[in-house]
Design a protein around this ligand. Structure first.
Ligand SMILES: Nc1nc2c(ncn2[C@@H]2O[C@H](COP(=O)(O)OP(=O)(O)OP(=O)(O)O)[C@@H](O)[C@H]2O)c(=O)[nH]1
Ligand SMILES: [Mg+2]
Ligand SMILES: [Zn+2]
Length: 358
């Protein structure tokens, strides 16, 4: 029998669950999501689950669907191997991005995570600008980010890279590790605590599953060299998967991220050093495009500021503004269509009433 606390359960979930336990439902955590089927873990072990019709009927949007890491209320098992999901408990944290290729739909990658490992390879994958993007998205999740620079065994100047990352990470912990040799694994282990959930995110091939296997002490996840895109996709891991680590802690392995669009983010938080500099420009509306007395340009000139960081700040700001506009448009469209429906219904009702009076 599983201990719910080892799965991440706590007093706050317990409080939220009270009304469901009064209805005879039991708590379980989503471990795998495959189309409309879920594997959930509860006190009685692993179960297959699907959403009940009533639950689906009341769901507001895609982001409210159960996702890996969610705590759900399920029916008690009755003879069959399958149980129904009746509700999702409020999330303590959620890592989300704009759904691939769409700016108007939010995809939740993992829920109720305490720490997110933003994994990058110290090989050709290394890219400070991508790390800045990941950090921006991670800050809104409610989970604490940790930057994991993996494949340290392939990099001759690990400490230089680590220092470069620390300069853009603004206080977020950075660790340089090797999932193959176990180098610096004690730093990684620090984040594995009983009942605490860690999700691994990063591009395909950076070693997320290799890290997971090493932390689990077992070769559970398939790993493999990143394939060239052969039409079948190039990810070794294809589903998000939650594991309980025997020595304590919970891990969520995820498929490599190809793109991670901004959803609800505050770009300036990741670039607070630039915000600070900009406040020292002579003009408060300075565009940092050659105006006199520009503190940002001055910092670039003296070498104190990497121009790549400046370009990325502006790029992410533009992307964020675009995402907000798209979301506004989408919500206006939804509002207009809901309003149209209401007025049509009212008109019909009025017609019926007029007829009744005839
Ligand atoms: N040299 C070296 N190779 C590593 C390290 N970690 C992982 N690898 C190798 O990198 C390749 C990709 O590793 P995976 O763990 O499958 O990568 P992943 O991030 O899970 O990839 P996806 O599942 O596609 O997202 C494998 O061949 C691993 O053996 C490391 O620290 N050093
Ligand atoms: Mg993998
Ligand atoms: Zn300026």
């Amino acid at each position: 029998m599983n201990n719910l606390y080892a799965l991440g359960w706590d007093a706050s979930f317990e409080t939220h669950f009270q009304s469901y336990s009064d209805q005879g439902l039991i708590p379980a955590r989503i471990a795998i999501e495959q189309r409309s089927l879920y594997q959930v873990m509860g006190e009685e072990g692993s179960l297959t689950a699907r959403c009940s019709g009533r639950f689906l009927h009341h769901i507001a949007d895609r982001a409210s669907m159960p996702t890996v890491g969610d705590w759900v209320a399920v029916d008690r098992k009755t003879g069959t191997d399958q149980v129904d999901i009746q509700a999702v408990l409020p999330r303590r944290s959620e890592f989300s991005r704009a759904a691939a290729g769409r700016q108007t739909s939010q995809q939740i990658i993992a829920a109720n995570i305490d720490t997110v490992f933003l994994v990058t390879g110290l090989d050709h994958n290394f890219n400070l600008r991508r790390i800045e993007r990941y950090l921006t998205v991670a800050r809104e999740s409610g989970a604490d980010p940790v930057i994991v620079l993996n494949k340290a065994d392939l990099c001759p100047d690990t400490e230089v890279r680590r220092a470069e990352v620390e300069a853009v990470a603004r206080g977020v912990p950075v660790t340089a590790t090797s999932a193959v040799t176990g180098h610096n694994f004690d730093e990684i282990q620090l984040f594995m605590r009983p009942g605490k959930t860690v999700a691994l995110l990063g591009s395909s091939g950076v070693g997320k599953s290799t890290l997971v296997n090493r932390l689990l002490g077992q070769e559970i996840q398939d790993t493999g060299p990143a394939r060239i895109d052969d039409g079948r996709g190039r990810h070794t891991t294809t589903t998000r998967n939650l594991f309980v680590v025997p020595t304590g802690g919970i891990l969520i392995d995820t498929p490599g991220l190809r793109e991670i669009g901004l959803w609800e983010t505050d770009v300036d938080q990741t670039f607070d050093d630039l915000v600070d500099l900009a406040s020292r420009c002579r003009f408060s509306n300075c565009n940092h495009d050659g105006e006199p007395g520009c503190a940002i340009r001055e910092a670039v000139k003296t070498g104190a500021l990497d121009p790549g960081r400046l370009t990325n700040w502006r790029k992410l700001q533009r992307e964020q503004a675009f995402a907000i506009r798209q979301q506004d448009e989408a919500s206006k469209r939804r509002y207009a269509s809901a309003w149209k429906q209401i007025t049509t219904q009212t008109r019909q009702k009025n017609r019926f009433e007029e007829r009744d009076q005839d």
